[in-house]
Design a protein around this ligand. Structure first.
Ligand SMILES: Nc1nc2c(c(=O)[nH]1)N[C@H]1C(S)=C(S)[C@@H](COP(=O)(O)OP(=O)(O)OC[C@H]3O[C@@H](n4cnc5c(=O)[nH]c(N)nc54)[C@H](O)[C@@H]3O)O[C@H]1N2
Ligand SMILES: Nc1nc2c(c(=O)[nH]1)N[C@H]1C(S)=C(S)[C@@H](COP(=O)(O)OP(=O)(O)OC[C@H]3O[C@@H](n4cnc5c(=O)[nH]c(N)nc54)[C@H](O)[C@@H]3O)O[C@H]1N2
Ligand SMILES: [Mo]
Length: 759
């Protein structure tokens, strides 16, 4: 199956391959950081801006949701945080002239990388029905257009209000309030595609859909299992925490189909010794097959049950429910089946067991490698079973640690961005604001796409994000978006969702985290919640990218006034003028935020309560922590097929592409690559450097094709392949989702590799 590189964008289609690295960060990372930052921001702005990241009087890094340590370095950011900042604080600008020069059809042919590189959006832009180009539009007219389309709907449920995870607590709270006063719970968010499986599993078993550990717990743990996560790229500051945990005596097990450089060795750029030699992080690497994690944890649970004295019987008796049914299921686990499902050698599992039994304080960390499979919810429940068995919930140094993605995705959910809100939350809203919120559940991301496709939803409004590129089944999603009457994006940067529009479309440019937010009552700050439930303030200092930008809270308040008019008893004007008045309301609606303004004024903010962590209290249906006993599942591959995971390179933030290299995996100057185990490649006749199409096979009989990928022989687990998102989203069928959470199964796509059709 040899072939030539496909025709097309010459920059993107010329990958060079040098093989994986075995250490992350160190000096090269600093060099990259400064180079990227200075290209976008210049030297002076780079220095001023990067020193403000994650400082107590600065802004929250718009990168990941990893928490800030108590003792901060002057430079409390990482290479990829700096890229996220540079991308936002860039001096490049997209002006009305740019839109005059590029039609929407032209923009739709451009790569996401090219679109992002054009710079910051500067003015509200409107695409009228039948027009080829966006044109500048005054803010008031833009709100009129949204109001026209919203009021023309037959039902409020024909509108969709999407949220990406960078939105502040204040903006998120106002946004959900507006959607619910308008009359719908259609609040799909990026979490539906991300940690929804974690939320589903944890809510049911522990009574709260969030992690149960703080940074200090990581430092106290004696065993940390990192499963399905690539922190070297996606949560680089987590490596410092793991390094510190190791220095305190912790051991680390890494569970991943790929050997990821960051988990092998970390060269801490903040310490002189770390810079050059670095610390080995992983003690035991379990190179698991994609989707084998539930089987692995089930077998470990069986082995724990069979070891005298290994179960924490007091904890199980006092705090849990469902033990008998779970234990019966776990005892039935089968070695042979587990070794097939996981692709692991018996000796490795036995070594893991020894480490587990030697541990008094175990933490399991995970991210998308566990959440984006059909059986993700039972997989994460099995992780909970594993921790419950030895009493590893609600004591120092132990617990669940789902590592969240977007910097405020957890906070947005806390603020009520959820299509299935808890009745208690709606009751509190009703009491505080004096209106009757809708009670029926709304659409999540996948159902929202279906609703647009079927003509049941007609207005799509996005608070951030890049819905078209982030969602599964790109062709279906794009066709669905094109059926909408109106698509609206509140955005900082240009992306593909601006080029795939409804009959009418609006781009509403907004302030980023790094920028000063001046309102009627003076300079404002906003708040965010990190992955560990810590809430703190974020203050931008830079001059806004353009004088025409409005903040996200201001956009919501003005839109609400325009759409709801006198119908709304809510003081939207006051909220826009002074965000402290929004926080006063949050304090009365959302548990844990009592006295919000005073507490967030403390340097470093405050920690939200977490009943299982703080008092071993489990607010579940049974009032106990629930063991569960789902049947073990794992993907079964037809002959000659591979299981494809769609993941992130080192040079991207979700659909924002910073550059074309994936340094730690040794790939340069190209993104259309597919990583295949050399033995599988040999069996399939796929030479390294040859070009192939990825064809996904799904029960609907539709063949989804992503053409022209360079084959890279790479040490991934047998039967598995990996390629970057979002280029491969076209392969993920809309209805290939996780049971219960409905999260797209973007980490387990059955594909066949076929001779390239593009050359
Ligand atoms: N720089 C940067 N930072 C980011 C992001 C970014 O794009 N760029 N995105 C942010 C967001 S929104 C999120 S959600 C997080 C994502 O953070 P991650 O979840 O780390 O991101 P992915 O690249 O999707 O990596 C998934 C990892 O899981 C492994 N994996 C895949 N399938 C399996 C499996 O079946 N079992 C196991 N055990 N492992 C598996 C993959 O090999 C890979 O190492 O990062 C956040 N931070
Ligand atoms: N195949 C596949 N698909 C996936 C995933 C995967 O692993 N594989 N991962 C999924 C995951 S975990 C997630 S979280 C989603 C991400 O889905 P999204 O959150 O929708 O996507 P992003 O790429 O993060 O959004 C980038 C855009 O956000 C806008 N933006 C940036 N900062 C701001 C801001 O401060 N305010 C506003 N209003 N806009 C801003 C910019 O215009 C930028 O173009 O993708 C999901 N899709
Ligand atoms: Mo995410």
């Amino acid at each position: 199956m040899a072939g030539k590189p496909p025709q097309g964008d010459p920059v993107q289609d010329a990958p060079q391959v040098a093989g994986p690295k075995h250490a992350a960060a160190g000096l090269p990372a600093i060099g990259h950081t400064l180079r990227v930052a200075q290209q976008q921001m210049g030297v002076r702005r780079t220095a001023l801006t990067l020193l403000r990241v994650n400082q107590k009087d600065g802004f929250d890094c718009p990168g990941c949701a990893w928490p800030e340590p108590e003792h901060r370095h002057t430079a409390e950011f990482c290479e990829n945080g700096a890229k996220a900042v540079a991308e936002e604080a860039t001096l490049r600008r997209v002006t009305p002239d740019f839109f005059a020069a590029h039609s929407v059809a032209d923009l739709a042919t451009r790569s996401g990388y090219w679109l992002g590189q054009q710079g910051r959006l500067t003015q509200p832009m409107y695409l009228s029905e039948g027009a080829d180009h966006y044109e500048p539009v005054p803010w008031e007219r833009a709100f009129d257009i949204v109001a026209e389309e919203l009021t023309a709907l037959d039902s409020p449920d024909e509108a969709l209000f999407y949220t990406s995870g960078r939105t502040s607590n204040e903006a998120a709270f106002l946004y959900q309030l507006f959607a619910r006063e308008f009359g719908t719970n259609n609040l799909p968010d990026c979490s539906n595609m991300c940690h929804e499986s974690s939320g589903s599993a944890l809510n049911e078993t522990l009574g709260i859909g969030k992690g149960s550990v703080l940074l200090d717990d990581l430092y106290k743990a004696d065993l940390i299992i990192v499963a399905g996560q690539n922190p070297g790229t996606n949560h680089p500051r987590m490596l410092s925490a793991l390094e510190k945990a190791k220095a305190n005596g912790a051991r680390i097990i890494t569970v991943n189909p790929l050997p990821e450089a960051g988990m092998e060795r970390f060269k801490n750029p903040q310490t002189p010794q770390g810079m050059f030699r670095g610390a080995a992080l992983t003690d035991l690497f379990l190179q698991i097959r994609i989707g084998g994690d539930q089987a692995l944890f089930r077998l470990l649970n069986k082995l724990i049950l069979e070891t005298a004295g290994a179960v924490d019987e007091d904890f199980v008796r006092e705090h849990t429910h469902g033990y008998e049914a779970f234990a019966a299921a776990a005892r039935a686990a089968d070695w042979d089946e587990t070794l097939t499902a996981t692709g692991l050698e018996r000796a490795k599992v036995e070594e893991a067991l020894r480490m587990v039994l030697a541990s008094q304080r175990t933490i399991v960390c995970w991210a998308m490698g566990l959440t984006q499979h059909k059986h993700s919810v039972p997989t994460i429940r099995e992780v909970v079973n594993f921790l419950l068995l030895r009493g590893n919930i609600g004591r120092p140094g132990a617990g669940v640690c789902p590592v969240r993605g977007h910097s405020n995705v957890q906070g947005d959910r806390t603020m009520g961005i959820f299509e299935r809100p808890a009745p208690a939350f709606l009751d509190a809203l009703e009491k505080e604001f004096g209106f009757a919120p809708p009670r029926e559940h709304g659409y999540d991301v996948v159902r929202a796409i279906g609703a647009m496709r079927d003509g049941k939803a007609k207005v799509f409004f996005a608070m951030g994000g890049n819905f078209v590129s982030a969602s599964p089944d790109t062709e279906v999603t794009e066709a669905a978006m094109r059926r909408a009457r109106l698509t609206v994006h509140v955005s900082t940067k240009l992306n593909r969702s601006h080029a795939v529009t409804g009959a009418r479309a609006l781009i509403l440019p907004t302030l980023g985290r790094t920028e000063r937010d001046l309102q009627g009552s003076g300079e404002q700050f906003v708040t965010v919640e990190d992955s560990m439930g810590m809430v703190h303030a974020s203050r931008g200092r830079l001059e806004p990218a353009s004088p025409h930008l409005l903040s996200e809270p201001a956009i919501v308040c003005r839109l609400a006034r325009r759409v709801l008019g006198h119908r709304s008893p809510t003081p939207w004007e006051e909220f826009e003028k002074d965000y402290a008045t929004v926080r006063d309301r949050i304090a009365r609606v959302v548990p844990g935020f009592e006295n919000f303004n005073a507490r967030v004024a403390e340097p470093g903010g405050f920690t939200l309560p977490h009943a299982p962590r703080d008092e071993r209290r489990f607010p579940t249906a049974t009032g106990k922590a629930n063991f569960t006993a789902a049947p073990v599942e794992y993907p079964k591959l037809p002959e000659g097929r591979l299981l494809l995971q769609t993941l992130r390179s080192h040079d991207q933030y979700n659909t924002t592409i910073y550059g074309l290299d994936d340094r730690y995996r040794g790939i340069k100057n190209g993104r259309r690559v597919v990583l295949v185990n050399p033995e599988d490649a040999r069996e399939l006749g796929l030479a390294d450097g040859s070009y192939t199409d990825l064809v996904s096979e799904w029960k609907d009989g539709v063949e989804r094709r992503a053409p022209g990928f360079r084959v890279v022989h790479y040490p991934t687990a047998r039967g598995c392949a990996a390629a970057y998102y979002p280029e491969t989203n076209v392969l993920v069928p809309l209805d290939a989702t996780a049971d219960t959470s409905n999260t797209p199964a973007s980490k387990s796509v059955v594909v066949r590799l076929e001779q390239s059709t593009t050359n």
